[in-house]
Design a binder for this molecule. Structure first.
Ligand SMILES: Cc1cc2nc3c(=O)[nH]c(=O)nc-3n(C[C@H](O)[C@H](O)[C@H](O)COP(=O)(O)O)c2cc1C
Length: 387
């Protein structure tokens, strides 16, 4: 039976364990470039034992960023920074993954940590602000609330241009050395807004029925699949529920994942739609609130799945793999809080040799020069070792 620390093979790629670091936007880039900050931050999680490491969502066009401080993959000048990161992740024994995104009507923003929760801070800058731009969307419907500037409705020609941008971004990701590619169609960004009736009011073949609302997502997937090698996984992060009666319903996601499977989808990363602030019965405090939906997709569509959201308790994460509910556990905030989460979890679970999760040289030292007891930097293990 597989557990959290079992290897996992998808296509031609093998993860050393089932623990992935979920993408997290850090607002630390200039001109969309990754630099020493990203090398330090992502290298630390790879050397901390994660099997799969995602940098933040990288934008396929400049307007696809959340803010001017976000990373991109829309220009060849961004390849060397990405390549440094991919190389370090690989060197530390993890698989480098990349999430391609376009923020759609949630772009032209400011970093969320500038929000003092007083309600005075706008997330979005006006289109004529030096650091702002006009956002694009399936329909000219602003998100509302903190993102309320008018948005431009994409023409069909512009949609075709975005497919070319996706494909070119995938080629750059390959050149940079990434081995796992995810397309971000969740969290109220462009793919999610095509999928949701809340944001997609189109009357052409891109709007209306679930088949039409998923057309942009599937055609973008086709464009990437054409250039992304079969030996490497191509995955989608799908917002499968808006928690609003007018928005995406889970049945829409089942239909779309089924269609995506025919178009070369290798794994579904299941998340929220987040196409509105009007979320009814917000689940954010519930442990593992996406797991049941992810497990249904795995069971009913026979598609491998990963998910995140409140999975940071080791016993629970391990149980999800043991019972076969999901294939990979993705951690966001726990990875931010503890770069050595996999080692910590292994010790909590009584795994026989937690330091074997670290890069070979210092893992070897820690495993072979014990005798330091609690002075080694971790509390002494009291649990009975499990093979
Ligand atoms: C600071 C921060 C930035 C995030 N940025 C992204 C992102 O770029 N792409 C994405 O798909 N999800 C993003 N997320 C969501 C996380 O990937 C993850 O799904 C979420 O935090 C829930 O997992 P957790 O409970 O383990 O934190 C972000 C989350 C945080 C906390």
């Amino acid at each position: 039976m597989a557990d959290l620390f079992s290897a996992y093979t998808l296509k031609g790629v093998t993860l050393r364990n089932r623990i992935g670091m979920s993408p997290m936007t850090m607002f630390q880039s200039t001109d969309g470039l990754m630099d020493d900050f990203h090398l330090m931050y992502l290298g630390a999680r790879a050397s901390g034992g994660f099997g799969l490491v995602f940098p933040e969502q990288v934008a396929i066009t400049p307007e696809g960023r959340s803010s001017v401080a976000c990373a991109g993959i829309y220009d060849d000048s961004q390849i060397p920074g990405l390549a440094r990161v991919a190389s370090m992740i690989t060197k530390m024994g993890a698989v480098p993954a990349l999430q391609l995104g376009h923020t759609g009507r949630k772009g032209s923003g400011v970093p969320p940590f500038t929000d003092d929760r007083s309600g005075r801070i706008q997330y979005q800058l006006a289109p004529d602000h030096p650091d702002g731009w006009e956002c694009v969307s399936p329909s000219a419907v602003p998100y509302g609330g903190k993102y309320n500037y008018p948005v431009h409705e994409l023409s069909k020609a512009e949609i075709q241009g975005l497919y070319r941008a996706y494909a070119r971004a995938a080629e750059r990701a390959l050149e940079a050395g990434f081995q796992w590619l995810e397309m971000h169609f969740a969290h109220g960004y462009l793919g999610a807004s095509f999928f949701s009736p809340l944001s997609n009011h189109r009357t052409d073949e891109y709007g209306g029925s679930v088949e039409n609302r998923s057309r942009f997502l599937i055609e973008a997937l086709d464009a990437v699949r054409e250039v992304w090698p079969e030996r490497f996984p191509l995955t989608v992060r799908l917002g499968c529920d808006d928690h609003n009666p007018e928005g995406i319903h889970f049945d829409d996601a089942l239909t779309t994942i089924c269609a995506m499977k025919q178009h070369g989808l290798d794994l579904a990363d299941i998340s929220l739609g987040l196409n509105t602030d009007d979320i009814q019965n917000p689940p954010f405090n519930e442990v593992g609130f996406m797991v049941e939906r992810a497990a249904r997709i795995k069971r009913e569509m026979q598609v491998p799945v990963a998910t995140s959201w409140n999975l940071g308790a080791p016993q629970y994460a391990d149980q999800l793999i043991r019972e076969g509910s999901i294939d990979v556990v993705l951690l966001g905030r726990p990875a931010l809080a503890n770069p050595h989460w996999p080692v910590w979890a292994a010790r909590e679970l009584g795994y026989a040799d937690p330091f074997s999760l670290l890069p070979q040289d210092w893992g070897w030292c820690l495993s072979n020069y014990r005798g330091h007891g609690s002075s080694i930097g971790w509390p002494e293990v009291v649990a009975t070792a499990r093979p």
